[in-house]
Write a protein that binds this ligand. Structure first.
Ligand code: DC
Length: 262
């Protein structure tokens, strides 16, 4: 994993690679074969990170700038959680939850203000999905291996030309391991709680910071420590700490990295 404050480290790598002579039938040759195979596949950029790190906002903005598709994988887990709460399905009823993950009719549409809107069976559930209770339930159902493998197949269907930006917890480690750029976006728990608070208040949803901080810490703990697809940076990811950065600054950094690779 590369930890960077800016693009300097990446540029240095690019210059070193340019300067390297191409020699046939050597490991370097194998590497360039892998690179050209990667280039021929539909490019994917993954943005993983903990709850409230801003990855959804950043991923959506990057997708829009590049004209790529956008996958908010957390919304899929939230939809399953919401549907289970609405239908009183017990969190331990694995079969019923997996069936929900398989059959839920989920659609993403861009709203009038450019926001990504989520529809479940034709009904706009964007607001419901942001509720803390739904996020908490999503984090718990996300620990079920069969449910994750059901969603794995669905998530890969989002990979379509001209490209995809996908955000979540395991986009770079499990779902799209061959992504051309993997970002691990993080920020301190306190900053994330403040941001989430502002987001909810702006949407007219009541919230208190202390409660949000406790929820975020509990969710981090569960997402990091679960047995299957835990939240962790991919080895070949670039880590960006957004605590002191604006949305625009993070988007610019990601686009700079992407520009070198697409
Ligand atoms: O990103 P989010 O807060 O909307 O995600 C809600 C929950 O869904 C999160 O706590 C863990 C789970 N999740 C996951 O396990 N894997 C993903 N790729 C995305 C989300």
């Amino acid at each position: 994993m590369t930890v960077v404050q800016g693009e300097v480290a990446d540029r240095q790598t690019a210059q070193t690679e340019q300067a390297r002579p191409v020699i046939r039938n050597t490991p370097v040759d194998k590497k360039s074969a892998t690179q050209s195979r990667r280039k021929s596949a539909v490019p994917v950029i993954t943005i993983d990170g903990p709850s409230g790190s801003g990855k959804g906002t950043i991923a959506s903005a990057v997708a829009e700038q590049l004209g790529f598709h956008f996958l908010d994988s957390g919304a899929l887990y939230r939809v399953v959680a919401l549907a289970s709460l609405k239908n009183n399905i017990d969190e331990h009823n694995t079969m019923a939850l997996v069936e929900l993950a398989r059959s839920a009719e989920i659609e993403f549409r861009r709203g009038a203000d450019g926001d990504s809107q989520v529809f479940l069976s034709g009904q706009n559930v964007t607001r419901d999905l942001r509720r803390e209770e739904v996020g908490d339930c999503a984090s718990r159902v996300a620990t079920i291996p069969k449910l994750r493998s059901e969603l794995l197949t669905r998530q890969r269907l989002w990979r379509k030309p001209p490209g995809l930006v996908a955000d979540g917890r395991d986009m770079g480690t499990v779902i799209f391991p061959d992504a051309i750029l993997k970002i691990y976006l993080t920020a301190s728990a306190e900053i994330r709680a403040e941001r989430r608070h502002k987001q909810l208040i702006d949407k007219g949803i009541e919230a208190n910071i202390a409660g949000l901080l406790a929820d975020i810490t509990a969710r981090d703990e569960r997402d990091h420590n679960r047995e299957i697809a835990p939240l962790k940076p991919a080895e070949d990811s670039v880590m960006i700490d957004s605590s002191a950065l604006s949305i625009e600054e993070v988007v610019t950094k990601v686009l700079d990295f992407a520009g070198n690779r697409i």
